[in-house]
Ligand binder design. Structure first.
Ligand SMILES: Nc1nc2c(ncn2[C@@H]2O[C@H](COP(=O)(O)OP(=O)(O)OP(=O)(O)O)[C@@H](O)[C@H]2O)c(=O)[nH]1
Ligand SMILES: [Mg+2]
Length: 245
C-alpha cells in the first residue's frame, strides 16, 4: 500500500512546531546524510539517520521510542533497521531524532528516537501529540528504569493521544547474568508487554511488527475481529522460543 504521494492521507503525520527536520534518504536500506534537527533555533547535529524518505506514502504512522536514558532505545532502533548492535561507548541522544521510515505490513512507519534525559523532556512532549504508537522501554537490569515506568505512563496519558498504541518493552533481557527479578507486577500497568534485546536481536522485529499489526487493525473501518496485541505477542514469542538464548 505504499504509494508515491505526499504524506497527506489517513494517518499521515506532521512535525510539531518545536522542530523541523532536514535530511533526505531513498527508502529502506538506504543511508542518508546526517540529519539535523532544529529546536528553538538551535541546530543539533545528530547521528546519521538510517533512512528518511518521509514523503512517499499516503498512509504513514508515527511511532516513537520513549523511556529513561540508557535503556537502549537507539540500539533497539539500529538493531531493527540495520540488524546490528551499536557496541562501544554510549552516546546519549540529543532531543529527538527521526531515524527510520520503513514499510511494514504495507504501512509506512515513521520511527522516531527520543532522548531519555530529563532535560529534553519538554522537547519530546511536543512530539507525543501526533504519535500513533509509543514503545516505552525500560532496562531489565536497571531497577530505576522500571520504577520510572509509572511516571512515563502518566506523561504519556497527559501528552499523547488517548487512543495511542502503547507497548512496554523490557530491553537488555538475557544479556547479563544478574538480571533483576522485577517482572511480577507488570500486569498492573495494564499495557502490553514483551522482552527484547537490542544486543542479540531477540524479539526486536516482533515488537515493531506487533505495533504495525495493531495500527493496521485500528485503521480498518470495520475490523471483522478484534486484534489483541498481547495475545499476538505471546503467541509469536512462543513460536520463536526455540531460538531464545
Ligand atoms: N547488554 C545490552 N546492552 C544494551 C542493549 N541495548 C542497549 N545497550 C547498551 O546500553 C547503552 C545505552 O544504549 P542506547 O540505545 O544509547 O540508550 P538510549 O535509551 O537511546 O539512551 P538515551 O539516548 O540517552 O535516551 C549502550 O551502552 C548500549 O550498548 C541490550 O539489549 N543489551
Ligand atoms: Mg538514544
Amino acid at each position: 500500500m505504499s504509494r508515491k504521494k505526499s504524506a497527506k492521507g489517513k494517518g499521515a503525520t506532521s512535525s510539531p512546531s518545536a522542530g523541523s527536520l532536514t535530511g533526505k534518504g531513498t527508502g529502506k536500506g538506504a543511508r542518508s546524510s546526517p540529519a539535523i534537527v532544529q529546536m528553538n533555533g538551535v541546530v543539533h547535529p545528530i547521528r546519521p539517520s538510517v533512512s528518511c524518505s518521509s514523503d512517499f506514502y499516503d498512509i504513514a504512522f508515527k511511532v516513537m521510542l520513549v523511556g529513561d536514558s540508557g535503556v537502549g532505545k537507539t540500539c533497539l532502533l539500529v538493531r531493527f533497521k540495520d540488524g546490528a548492535f551499536l557496541a562501544g561507548s554510549f552516546i546519549s541522544t540529543v532531543g529527538i531524532d527521526f531515524r527510520v521510515m520503513i514499510t511494514l505490513l504495507s504501512y509506512a512507519l515513521q520511527i522516531w528516537d527520543t532522548a531519555g534525559q530529563e532535560r529534553f523532556r519538554s522537547v519530546t512532549h511536543a512530539y507525543y501529540r501526533d504519535a500513533n504508537a509509543l514503545l516505552l522501554l525500560y532496562d531489565v537490569t536497571n531497577k530505576t528504569s522500571f520504577d520510572n515506568i509509572q511516571a512515563w505512563l502518566t506523561e504519556i496519558h497527559e501528552y499523547a493521544q488517548q487512543d495511542v498504541v502503547l507497548m512496554l518493552l523490557g530491553n537488555k533481557v538475557r544479556d547479563r547474568v544478574k538480571e533483576l527479578q522485577i517482572y511480577s507486577g507488570l500486569e498492573e500497568f495494564g499495557v502490553p508487554f514483551m522482552e527484547t534485546s537490542a544486543r542479540s536481536g531477540l524479539n526486536v522485529e516482533l515488537a515493531f511488527t506487533a505495533v504495525a499489526k495493531e495500527l493496521q487493525h485500528r485503521s480498518l473501518e470495520d475490523p471483522s475481529e478484534k486484534f489483541k496485541l498481547q495475545e499476538y505477542v505471546n503467541k509469536e514469542m512462543k513460536s520463536t522460543s526455540c531460538c531464545r538464548s
